[in-house]
Design a protein around this ligand. Structure first.
Ligand code: C2O
Ligand code: CU
Ligand code: CU
Length: 512
């Protein structure tokens, strides 16, 4: 068969355990430099920085002993160039698509929006976690072709947090992100600044993602047995990359560090811990600081979730300590022997986060997560509220109102559900009888509600919804009216219909 013939010509899959571990240092992505300024569209007496970022193919060295890997990048590196700003300091980013016209990963042309006539080198960048006007949010169908530029205005009127930019192209965003189209976007503010957390070289963003590599260093993206429809429901790699390096090490001083962890995997959930079982403190989740640090020895992180942790290495002088996720080594810290002065603090209180009251919600929506892997009917793969992407918009919250969304997971998987534009809080998760739901469409709870984990008590933009549970989130729709999307952040699910638009309607009597 043709596919087998082609497979035979390429290098076999790499077993990362055959490589020397911890020989490459962790690399911190460059901070983008503005190429100029322009008048602030919201206040023409002010000027804002303009960034011009090229999206293009590049060769990225993931390990000392592997040939460089072909990737598609935001600015020539993986992770892409980091954008950084202060809360309320807007910027314009011109994302220039300079991709080749043909994809190097297997497109499934049967997926919605990915037909044979659609340009393969398309891109549309979304700022995940950004409170961004709809026109700049990177709507999946608003892709541009090679040679064209997507202009985005990011007001960044939001609290300090680790956000990230990534591709969102309809039907292929799993491939584009797997190919490398991801990068950090850091929002800072005075609240965070005053806390005197470890900063500068003691603040380290880490994008962690899994890949499958071939022995020639090239990315392998798995395919189904059907050549006409190569989509697979999930991808798990055995090569875990940390800022684009496979099994790197990081030299640290025996003092406190702030690590800003981001799960950039297509579908892998992590449970981080230190090899020596030492406790660390989680200080932030997706949308910024928690109310207070949470001491823990294990940190779960679903795809697209972020967490900031403080690790104090002062009691580990001269040691080598691995960061692990279950059986996987992620990276190795090389702790210096020489004692150092540590002027930074780990405050016992970070900043107040008012818990939203259920009574603030004007509306409760029941939304199901559905899965039907009938091989005869792939259009019915995974859905939100049993409704495919192209159907008319059904969720239309009003700007400046608060809603409760009850996410009823009828599937056998955990799905990280993400809403664009907003930040929300998790109310609880509660087990229910799925069979009863299938037979009469009603939720019969089978146990008490489980409160969110302590590390989930801050503001979130992505929430784990576990199988057999109703996950309730409370969402203030603030920022901008317009059309946005919500979806599962397992990228294979998202690309195959587990994504829906929603529209924020203008506030009654208010400006649009
Ligand atoms: Cu990470 Cu639709 O986004
Ligand atoms: Cu997003
Ligand atoms: Cu999913």
């Amino acid at each position: 068969m043709k596919t087998q013939h082609r497979e035979a010509q390429v290098a076999p899959l790499l077993d990362p355990s055959t490589l020397a571990p911890f020989v490459d240092p962790v690399v911190i992505p460059q901070i983008a430099v503005p190429s100029g300024t322009l008048p602030d569209p919201e206040d023409t007496s002010a000027r804002i920085p303009r960034y011009d970022i090229d999206i293009h193919e590049a060769r990225v060295k993931v390990h000392r002993d592997l040939p460089a890997t072909r990737m598609w990048t935001l600015g020539g590196a993986f992770p892409g160039v980091t954008l950084e700003t202060k809360s309320g300091h807007a910027m314009q980013v011109n994302w220039k698509n300079n991709l080749p016209s043909h994809h190097f990963l297997p497109i499934d042309h049967t997926l919605h929006g990915a037909g044979k006539s659609v340009p393969e080198g398309r891109s549309v960048i979304h700022l995940h976690g950004g409170r961004t006007p709809a026109a700049s949010d990177g709507y999946p169908e608003d892709w541009v072709v090679p040679g064209k530029t997507q202009t985005c205005f990011y007001p960044a009127r939001q609290d300090a947090a680790l956000l990230f930019c990534h591709d969102h192209s309809m039907g292929i965003n799993r491939l584009n992100i797997y190919a490398g189209m991801q990068g950090f976007f850091i929002v800072r503010d005075d609240v965070e600044e005053r806390l005197n957390l470890p900063k500068g070289k003691y603040e380290v963003p880490l994008l962690i993602c899994d890949r499958l590599l071939r022995t020639d260093g090239q990315l392998y993206y798995p395919v189904s047995p059907d050549p006409a429809s190569p989509w697979v429901p999930e991808v798990f790699g055995n090569a875990i990359l940390v800022n684009g390096k496979l099994l790197p090490y990081l030299d640290v001083e025996p003092r406190k560090y702030r690590f800003r962890l981001m799960n950039g995997s297509n579908g892998r959930f992590y449970r981080f811990s230190l090899e020596n079982k030492a406790a660390f403190h989680q200080i932030a989740s997706d949308q910024g600081l928690l109310a207070a640090p949470v001491a823990r020895t294990r940190l779960p992180l679903a795809p697209a979730e972020r967490a900031d942790i403080i690790i104090d290495f002062s009691q580990m002088k001269g040691e080598k300590v691995e960061l692990r996720s279950d059986a996987f080594s992620i990276l190795q810290f090389h702790v210096g022997r020489v004692p150092v002065q540590d002027e930074s603090s780990l405050p016992s209180v970070l900043h107040p986060i008012p818990r939203l009251q259920e009574s603030e919600a004007v509306r409760t929506r029941r939304l199901t997560l559905d899965e039907n892997l009938d091989p005869e009917d792939r259009s019915m793969g995974m859905l939100l509220n049993n409704t495919p992407w192209h159907m008319p918009i059904t969720e239309k919250p009003v700007l400046n109102t608060t809603e409760i969304w009850e996410l009823i997971n009828l599937t056998e998987d955990s799905h990280p559900i993400h809403l664009h534009l907003v930040r929300f809080q998790i109310l609880d998760r509660r087990p229910f009888d799925t069979f009863n739901y299938f037979s009469n469409n009603t939720v019969r709870y089978t146990g008490p509600a489980v409160p969110p984990d302590p590390g989930e008590l801050g503001w979130k933009d992505t929430a784990r919804t576990d199988p057999g549970m109703v996950t309730r989130i409370i969402v203030p729709f603030q920022g901008y009216a317009g059309r946005y999307v919500w979806h599962c952040h397992i990228l294979e699910h998202e690309d195959n219909e587990m994504m829906r638009p929603f529209e924020v309607l203008p506030a009654a009597g208010g400006p649009i």
